[in-house]
Design a protein around this ligand. Sequence first.
Ligand code: 5GP
Length: 193
Amino acid sequence: MNFLEERIVKDGIIKEGNVLKVDSFLNHQMDIALFEQIGEEFKRRFSQEKIDKILTIEASGIGIACVVARYFQVPVVFAKKSESVNIDGEMYIAEVESFTHKRKNQVIVSKKFLSSGENILLIDDFLANGCALQGLISIVTEAGANVAGIGIAIEKGFQVGGRMIRNLGYHLESLAIIDEMDAATGKFTFREV
Ligand code: 5GP
């Protein structure tokens, strides 16, 4: 097991409905030493890619993205969730269905902060059905920028997102891929990669 898988086994809590709570180290209280290990590992896995900027999505991707950005020495942009429709032409807009809250949000990125030809690394905490990533990919594509890679901390491999994103040909690296998790026993099965 790698460092993140070990931490998931130690502190992750499996909830009904295929939800993993990692509140104590990833997305409520944040263990910055762990985030640094995550940053170092993404830097290693994407060492062949030229990265100009990191793009993530509010809220829980932001902390990880900021620490990862230190290793790439690039700025971070986060897509903001917005309930109001903004069609003034200044924003890239995508619709994203939230896995955890089961509602649709518009996410927006100002056109000032994504430019044609830039190489973008997408970072997020979880990959489940892939809706968040599809939204980010559509924003990058609309900007005429390039998805240079996708770094995910925890992929739930029993949901469709990972397969879909890999089938589209993206360079996706997930640091822990959970193939099974059982709320009754608290047991995890990780994918050997
Ligand atoms: P997707 O869009 O791939 O279905 O879901 C990804 C987003 O939903 C992530 O940004 C993450 O915040 C949230 N998410 C999905 N599954 C889980 C989960 O099991 N636990 C937590 N804490 N967040 C999740």
